[in-house]
Design a protein around this ligand. Structure first.
Ligand code: SAH
Ligand code: SF4
Length: 373
């Protein structure tokens, strides 16, 4: 007898295998599983939030027929990460603190975009803390506490969408820009992406899921080979290896030249671009020569440079550039032929913006997982 799996952790094939096996037993070998129509039906009932009902006490649960409900109850755990705090920001974003089953806490940010057919971007965490040690990022100060598993990543999406919507998955985009380095936990991230993109379930498009990395070359190469491949963003943040290594230690093993080669080799779908994030630190990386080198880095790749004026936090040690400096930097890039957007960091007044995320989880250092380095 094995412990009930989280419904968030199973692909459609695995759910089919689990339903085909007697309750409480291990599922048969994946190759022997027969995908029954009822598995797709059960997967849809579980993963389409619009089909969930709310009882008198506000408790939400999927609507299942009697037989399916019994099969699910015997095999699957329907619990989700608990939202323990929700802090709405004046700009419409909401920072959410989620408690996982072992008490660890991660943050997610819900960011509605005010357009005619409103879309929502969910900023999701891939790890509790982060091992990468970027000097400008608050999450780095936690160190790596642990990886999230796929169920916890998918569970974050469910918990946030059930609380704040939207129920229509067509209106959801996901960015792995919360806590953690997603390519340091690539297997779990790709498994979560696969489950979220399953057409019988939430059916998100992998093109509307973006994985942001501090720059692990081997991880970028592995991502390029993924069967269900999300979009890629690289946090460039400095334009010489020396300057970058000072603020992003990951540069010591992953040079800008090697990163650029990995990006140039990354297979893009039509209309797809690579996002190049650039956290602007006043007096540190915002010079005209930086703009010129950043433009040279981007040359020859379909890109969108996303300039992010640094979001301060206590003892952050850097300065946020003023709007005039930011726009001068952007103008230089545009003059050099780059496509540039400036990120309006959402949730700044509730410390929910990029790089301001950290939780008070007791720091229990475990040996770093064998992720790409
Ligand atoms: N670990 C991944 C994704 C999470 S960080 C990565 O580094 O890409 C998401 C983005 O926030 C990255 O581009 C990172 O450079 C940026 N960031 C980190 N700290 C920041 C801060 N204090 N202000 C603005 N952006 C920050
Ligand atoms: Fe980790 Fe990204 Fe923060 Fe660097 S910027 S410490 S990689 S979360």
């Amino acid at each position: 007898m094995t412990a009930a799996a989280s419904f968030c952790d199973l692909t459609l094939d695995e759910l089919a295998a689990s339903l085909a096996a007697p309750a409480g037993e291990d599922a048969p070998e994946p190759g022997r599983a027969v995908r029954s129509p009822s598995a797709a039906h059960v997967f849809g009932a579980l993963h389409r939030v619009a089909r969930w009902s709310t009882d008198d006490r506000g408790h939400r649960a999927p609507i299942l027929g009697r037989a399916a409900a019994a099969a699910v109850a015997a095999r699957l755990d329907l619990r989700l990460p608990q939202i323990v705090e929700a802090e709405p920001s004046s700009d419409g974003a909401t920072k959410l603190l989620l408690a996982l089953a072992d008490g660890a806490r991660v943050e997610a940010v819900h960011m509605p975009r005010a357009v005619r057919n409103p879309r929502v971007t969910l900023c999701i965490s891939s790890q509790v803390g982060c091992a990468m040690g970027c000097t400008f990022c608050r999450t780095a100060q936690m160190g790596l506490v642990r990886n999230l598993d796929a169920a916890e990543i998918v569970g974050q999406v469910f918990a946030v969408v059930l609380a704040l919507g939207p129920v229509d998955p067509q209106r959801i985009s996901i960015v792995f820009m919360g806590m953690g380095e997603p390519l340091h936990n690539l297997d779990a991230v790709l498994r979560a992406v696969r489950i979220l993109c399953e057409p019988a379930g939430m059916g998100l498009s992998p093109q509307r899921i973006t994985v942001s990395t501090s720059g692990l070359v081997a991880g970028i190469e592995a991502l390029a080979r993924a069967e269900v491949r999300p979009a890629l963003a690289l946090s460039v943040n400095a334009t010489t290896d020396e300057a970058r290594a000072r603020i992003m230690p990951v540069t010591r093993r992953n040079s800008l030249a090697a990163l650029r080669s990995a990006l140039l080799a990354f297979p893009l779908r039509s209309h797809e671009k690579i996002t190049l994030e650039y956290v602007l630190l006043a007096g540190e990386n915002d010079g005209d020569d930086d703009a010129a080198r950043l433009a040279a880095f981007a040359a020859g790749m379909r890109h969108n440079i996303n300039v992010i004026p640094w979001n301060p936090f206590t003892d952050g040690g850097f300065a946020r550039p003023d709007d005039a400096r930011t726009m001068a930097f952007v103008a230089r890039l545009r003059d050099a032929g780059c496509l540039v957007t400036v990120r309006k960091s959402r949730g700044r007044d509730v410390a929910g913006a990029c790089g301001q995320l950290a939780t008070d989880t007791v720091r229990v250092r475990r040996s770093a997982p064998a992720g790409p380095r």
